[in-house]
Write a protein that binds this ligand. Structure first.
Ligand code: PLP
Length: 406
């Protein structure tokens, strides 16, 4: 397209999307779960991608993978169409490469997301439910110790709502990270996503940055990365670095259709990668704003009848969302907040062992889950966003005071 035509398109898009991404938000207008986190730069990049007519996974995806891996301090990134898919191929690759055997147990925090838990069982591993710590809402070291048995080989550290898991408690286990909601969180000076044999992230709309839908697995081992690449795309050899050797070992099969793993098709599109490449430039500043909000709100909102979850010492909280645990029933508080424009929701999947779907999951529940139960029954969260500020915490505190006065 010539420069004149492009400048016409660019002008129209910039005019149409003026003010986006939302960089600030007035708390007197409400407190949504999230705001529109992209603007003309992302949309123009998507349009350029569309006009290139190269839409299926290609150069842009590879560029995003390299950039994300570098940001995490990892060697490899394998992008997929969601964080859930990232968890699925991460767990499948661990089994396929023999790092875990079918039937091995994997510790999973009871309070996590549905698709943190389900893929563990889907690839033939046995989830063992672990209670969460009352301050971090991530796996409780005491519960980890109690839940471990002779067949326990791995732990899936789900860094809930941006809080880093206590990684020291997982010694002797193969560590996997679900960092889908913890972009930029830090544990003892090291960025989350750098601890796991493999680690997953989500780029869904409400996350720290977005590719619309999207996710990625990062790791350092080339063999594991190759397995992830095959599992992402039909099980074939095409994106593997050891492709030539595999093709040579099977000269009788058309190399374009040489299948070496029982894979899926979970590929992202180039449009998602185009979004991600622009969003990456916003990431560090946005994480800092979420962190600042989390710290300020934790001070403003803590009360004898309302537990909040400040950053745990030794960690940096990534401020995905702001969790609250009232002493009494949550429903009247949520209804009051909703009536005043504050959106609330349950804390992730709450205690997954109490979800109807749990009957389909061959999991072990051999330790008590009292904190997860409390979260399940009374917990809720409000949204955090780079566009929000300390004033959102002040307004929430004011509203809660009005509610307390009845
Ligand atoms: C901890 C955790 N894991 C996995 C996911 C799934 O990610 P996605 O929505 O991209 O599939 C989420 C989604 O928010 C999450 O919070």
């Amino acid at each position: 397209m010539n420069a004149e035509k492009w400048s016409l398109i660019e002008g129209l898009v910039r005019e149409e999307l003026r003010g986006l991404p939302e960089e600030s938000h007035d708390p007197t207008t409400g407190h949504p779960l999230t705001v529109t986190p992209f603007g003309p730069d992302e949309v123009l990049s998507a349009i350029q991608t569309l006009l290139s007519t190269r839409l299926t996974m290609g150069e842009r995806t590879r560029a995003f993978e390299a950039a994300w891996a570098a940001w995490c301090g990892r060697r490899f990134g394998v992008m997929v169409n969601s964080g859930s898919s990232a968890n699925l191929i991460m767990l499948a690759a661990l089994v396929e490469t023999g790092r875990l055997q079918p039937g091995d147990e994997v510790l999973v925090p009871a309070v996590s997301w549905s698709t943190s838990l389900f893929p563990v069982a889907q690839v033939g591993l046995v989830p063992v439910m672990v209670d969460v710590h009352p301050e971090s809402l991530c796996m409780d070291p005491a519960s980890v110790a109690a839940a471990r048995g002779p067949r326990t080989k791995a732990a899936l550290a789900v860094h809930l709502l941006g809080q880093a898991t206590d990684m020291d408690a997982l010694g002797g286990l193969l560590i996997l990270e679900d960092a889908c909601a913890a972009h930029g969180a830090v544990y003892k000076g090291k960025r989350i996503g750098g601890f796991g044999e493999a680690s997953s992230f989500s780029f869904f709309f409400s996350h720290h940055i977005t590719t619309i839908e999207g996710g990625i697995v990062v790791c350092d081992d080339e063999d594991l990365a190759n397995s992830l690449r095959s599992l992402r795309a039909h099980g074939w050899v095409r994106e593997r670095s050891d492709r030539a050797a595999l093709e040579a070992a099977h000269p009788e099969i058309d190399p374009r259709f040489l299948f070496v793993s029982s894979g899926y098709n979970l590929r992202p599109t180039e449009i998602q990668a185009a979004f991600g490449l622009v969003q990456l430039g916003r990431l560090d500043a946005w994480v800092q704003r979420r962190r600042a909000n989390h710290a300020a709100w934790a001070k403003t909102l803590a009360a004898p009848d309302m537990q909040v979850f400040p950053e745990v010492p030794g960690t940096e909280h990534a401020g995905f969302a702001f969790a609250m645990l009232p002493a009494g029933p949550r429903a009247p508080i949520q209804a009051f907040l909703q009536a005043h424009g504050v959106e609330t929701r349950a804390i992730s999947g709450s205690n997954l062992a109490r979800q109807p779907a749990f009957r389909h999951v061959p999991a072990q529940t051999r330790v008590p889950l009292p904190v997860s139960d409390a979260i399940h029954e009374r917990g809720f969260f409000v949204g955090n966003s780079h566009a929000f500020g300390p004033a959102h915490g002040v307004r929430l505190a004011e509203l809660l005071d009005v509610w307390r006065k009845g």
